[in-house]
Write a protein of this length. Structure first.
Length: 433
């Protein structure tokens, strides 16, 4: 069955921008930002005035070709990678009108310059021109058909694994990436795993990078997603024993990865770059680490991902995964009842009661990271699955079915869903009740 026979665009196509709301936002920005903001916005006025006639001409061409405008979600690498790839998959599947030309722009800040360069090879990206044309179109009545219905990062219909991969490296980039691997000490052709642990530094401070100024300074909102890199050391060392180089990822990290193994490389602290972030995620045997947007990069290159420390445990997050992936969530400890919250209890409460770290604290819930043993088990499971050595038991199948029945995920989603870590489910079967 063709994708277009059953799939629908991920985002509601009726998305539009109310003109009055847009104008109110401009006045609010000036009120809050004062004279500098007023001057900056004033400079945009003549550009908008010049763009409106262009937009009207483009709209007049609608019976022949539909021209649409949209802004790629470039502030965070997760959305920049997954949402853009999903949009291209939907486009290829014929879910958008025929005879359409899409003109894209980006947010004010770019989370990864290499990713921007690669998307520009696939899309009509005109950074400032696209932004001005988009704003001019939004100011005019009837803008809705001329907006690109950009999706979010949840692949509800399993379109990414069913579609072609849109990004590739040039020959020059391939040579550069292989040279980067050699500089890290990874021999040509050697398998490697990317490891990532989100910590408080990522959104806790402004590093001066172009993308970092937008990051939320209040870790009380996102702190529940953080993990300690030290918990990954046993898993990393076991993978090294199994022949993998392990490369610790991260644009901004709180602490170094402490190990004596020469096959474990703390790339995040010694050699990190925008280019190698993308190259490593695209070429790894699998990616271990699931609490940040970086895991979207291996997803769009169709690399297997272990989503450890996953939270929240809800359908929208689970459907951001890829086939062949493994998942183990954080557990939630109820202080007053001295027990862990079950999966059904969590699913019934999300998202009304759990909307950030402060809400967990307010109702007396401790978010418990995966243990080193749990991380080791799921890493070994992924390795053995990739090598064809993993043996699934009848008990494992029954536990998987019980877990997924809680979410009532419908076709075709379940064909593309990840598996819960086998040992994690065995050791926490009481959480299914």
């Amino acid at each position: 069955m063709a994708l277009s026979d059953w799939a629908k665009p991920t985002m509601n196509p009726k998305v539009h921008l109310n003109q009055n709301r847009y104008l109110r936002r401009q006045f609010r920005d000036v009120k809050e930002g004062g004279l500098p903001v007023l001057i900056r916005k004033s400079l945009v006025v003549p550009l908008l005035a010049g763009a409106i006639p262009i937009v009207l001409i483009l709209r007049a061409l609608r019976p022949i070709v539909l021209v649409r405008f949209g802004r790629l979600k470039s502030l965070s690498i997760g959305m920049f990678a997954a949402a853009t790839e999903l949009y291209l998959c939907e486009r290829d599947a014929g879910l958008y009108p025929k005879r359409t030309i899409d003109i894209s722009s980006c947010d004010d800040r770019i989370s990864n310059q290499q990713l921007k360069k690669m998307w520009a090879r696939e899309l009509h990206i005109f950074f400032w021109l696209g932004r001005i044309l988009e704003r001019a179109s939004d100011l005019l009545p009837g803008s809705a058909p001329h907006r690109i219905p950009l999706p979010n990062d949840q692949d509800y219909h399993g379109m990414i694994p069913r579609s072609r991969m849109h990004l590739s490296f040039t020959e020059k980039e391939e040579r550069l990436g292989q040279a980067g691997l050699r500089e890290l000490g990874v021999p040509v052709g050697a398998p490697f795993v990317c490891l990532h642990a989100r910590d408080m530094e990522y959104k806790g401070r402004d590093t001066g990078h172009e993308w970092s100024a937008h990051l939320n300074q209040d870790e009380r909102l996102h702190g529940y997603r953080n993990t300690s890199i030290s918990n990954y050391v046993p898993a990393a060392e076991e993978l090294a024993q199994r022949g993998y180089f392990v490369i610790r990822m991260g644009a901004v990290v709180n602490e170094p990865l402490k190990t004596t193994s020469p096959m474990i490389i703390d790339y995040a602290t010694i050699a990190r770059s925008d280019f190698m972030d993308i190259f490593l995620c695209a070429k790894c045997s699998f990616f271990l680490g699931g609490t940040s947007g970086l895991n979207a990069v291996p997803r769009i290159f169709r690399r297997p991902v272990v989503y450890d420390n996953s939270v929240p445990l809800c359908e929208s997050q689970l459907l951001a995964c890829v086939p062949g992936g493994l998942l183990i969530p954080k557990k939630l400890w109820l202080r007053e009842e001295h027990r862990f919250m079950t999966f059904p209890e969590f699913l019934a409460a999300w998202p009304e009661r759990f909307d950030g770290t402060k809400h967990f604290e307010h109702i007396g819930v401790d978010v418990i990271e995966n243990t080193p043993e749990e991380l080791l088990d799921v890493a070994v499971e992924m390795d053995e699955r990739l090598k064809g050595k993993w043996q699934t038991t009848g008990e494992d199948q029954e536990l998987q079915q019980r877990f997924w029945s809680l979410l009532e995920v419908k076709e075709p989603n379940q064909e593309w869903r990840p598996r819960m870590g086998a040992k994690f489910l065995r050791q926490n079967r009481e959480l299914l009740d």
